[in-house]
Design a protein around this ligand. Structure first.
Ligand code: 6PG
Length: 471
């Protein structure tokens, strides 16, 4: 029997699922997990005994022996926490590799770290691929969405196996693609997570708004999410929200036993910062991130809520209007996310096709949805979602409902950071004349930054007549 040439490093939840997926598809494997006395011992070996599909995999906790067991060109997937753990293993692994080997880094890494690693490894003849993996434990096992970037010449060496383990879209095509050099794959994964944050936050806002109306009890809410699933609002996140609200403990909804403090592992902050650095408006990701920050300031909230006590008003909520507001906010969320990728592709020189991204995200990942399926065709033309006729009609038909829903959230003092930021984005982006002439005047007044004149068609910067010496 030949030695395997595929190896997986890091047998946490995602590494284990991905290894099992590869093994189920007939890819011979070597597995490595570090040894930490009393904490992580014989992990790889135990996996080979526990999971029948890993029975013939080779288990290691010695990195040298793991690398030696693999035939060149080696294809090694790293499934480790982003940052220190990944850096440290790369430091030890790289000197053991041979020119032409391929390292595929599948953690949730920052795309700029991936850019750096790809360059460093290329300098010593090792191919580096940064691969965004979405779908959680279940997706990694049964078919994740794989967003690959890095060494273009290395992709053909690993594409067959990666495409085999990936989810398949409705046409049976793999939700796996090479997206560009350097950090392209991890950049797209960061945007995926930003969209994910806002999708989750929107559902939380709907949950609070609908639940605030005394006429709707918990069962109604659960039923409502169930009904929405049979409409164009369908999504994986809606599906799990509907499912989890069904759980009870001692006759009470289980959700009521969970503290209202949402944590995060950093990708939402990266998404927010990446959008800001590109100069694209990703206000929905940002607002969802800040909503999480607010939620986790539980002590502060408790203190301040005593200073500003407020009673809930019994405001009538139209569930029909709420659904329209939700749908339109999702449209804006997807619009912002995809436009962020469009801009990044220009800035970083990636040949990313937005229709391919929609296809990658149509199955296997956390933000898969009916809307995502429809975006595959919509993005075949170059238009943005706000220029697509059926969406224009949908927005026009839903504006009043969106407004009513936000009005009612204001009256009830319910924060709707994502739904409101979608609304404000929409108002701003569809406003021909904004108030930014005042901002430019202020900038020029205090800093002589200059402004373009309305009566001139060129980009020359002018200064105002302000007599700033007086100040
Ligand atoms: C996925 C998820 C996954 C995960 C992150 C984000 O695509 O499978 O995005 O990567 O949920 O860990 O987590 P936080 O909410 O903790 O930032």
């Amino acid at each position: 029997m030949h030695n395997p040439n595929w190896g997986v490093i890091g047998l946490g939840v995602m590494g284990t699922s991905l290894s099992r997926n590869l093994a189920q598809k007939g890819v011979p494997l070597a597995l490595y997990n570090r040894r930490v006395e009393g904490v992580e011992e014989n992990v790889a070996e135990k996996h080979c005994l526990t999971f029948p599909e890993l029975k013939s995999a080779l288990p290691f906790e010695d990195l040298n022996r793991f690398v030696d067991s693999l035939q060149a060109p080696r294809k090694i997937i790293l499934m480790l926490p982003a940052g220190t753990a990944t850096n440290s293993i790369l430091k030890h692994l790289t000197p053991l590799l041979t020119k032409g080997d391929v390292v595929i880094e599948g953690g949730n890494s920052h795309f700029e770290d991936t850019e750096k690693r790809a360059k460093e490894l290329a300098d010593v003849g090792i191919h580096f691929l940064g691969m965004g993996v979405s779908g959680g434990e279940e997706g990694a096992l049964t078919g994740p969405s794989l967003m690959v970037g890095g060494s273009e010449s290395a992709y053909p060496l690993v594409s067959k196996e990666l495409e085999t383990i990936a989810a398949k879209n409705l046409k049976g095509e793999p939700c796996c693609a090479f997206l560009g050099a350097g950090g392209a794959g991890h950049f797209v994964k960061i945007v995926h997570n930003g969209i994910e944050y806002a999708e989750m936050q929107l559902l939380a806002e709907v949950f609070e708004l609908a639940g605030s109306d005394a006429r709707h009890d918990f069962i109604d809410l659960q039923k409502m999410f169930g009904e929405w699933l049979n409409t164009s609002s369908q999504s994986y996140l809606l599906e799990i929200t509907h499912a989890l609200l069904n759980y009870t403990e001692k006759g009470n909804p289980f959700i009521n036993f969970i503290k209202d403090e949402a944590s995060n592992k950093g990708t939402g902050a990266w998404a927010t910062a990446a959008g800001a650095n590109l100069g694209t408006n990703n206000s929905m990701m940002a607002s969802a991130l800040y909503a999480r920050f607010n939620s986790s300031s539980k002590n502060e909230r408790e203190k301040i809520s005593k200073i500003f006590p407020r009673a809930r008003k019994d405001e009538k909520i139209s569930l029909e209007a709420l659904k329209k507001a939700y749908d339109l906010s999702r449209l804006i969320n997807h619009h912002q996310g995809f436009e962020m990728i469009r801009e990044a592709a220009l800035v970083y020189g990636w040949k990313i096709n937005l229709s391919t991204i929609a296809s990658l995200w149509s199955e296997g990942c956390i933000i898969k949805s009916d809307l995502m399926h429809s975006l595959i065709d919509i993005f075949k033309s170059n238009q943005t979602l706000l220029e697509y006729d059926p969406f224009i009609q949908k927005i026009n038909a839903g504006l009043e409902s969106w407004e009513l829903t936000l009005e009612s959230s204001l009256k009830q003092h319910i924060p709707t950071s994502s739904m409101s930021s979608a609304w404000h984005y929409f108002l701003a982006i569809s406003q021909k004349q904004s108030s930014a002439n005042l901002i430019q005047a202020q900038r020029d007044y205090f800093g002589a930054h200059g402004f373009k004149r309305t009566d001139s068609s060129d980009d020359t910067l002018h200064h105002g007549p302000w007599n700033t010496d007086k100040n």
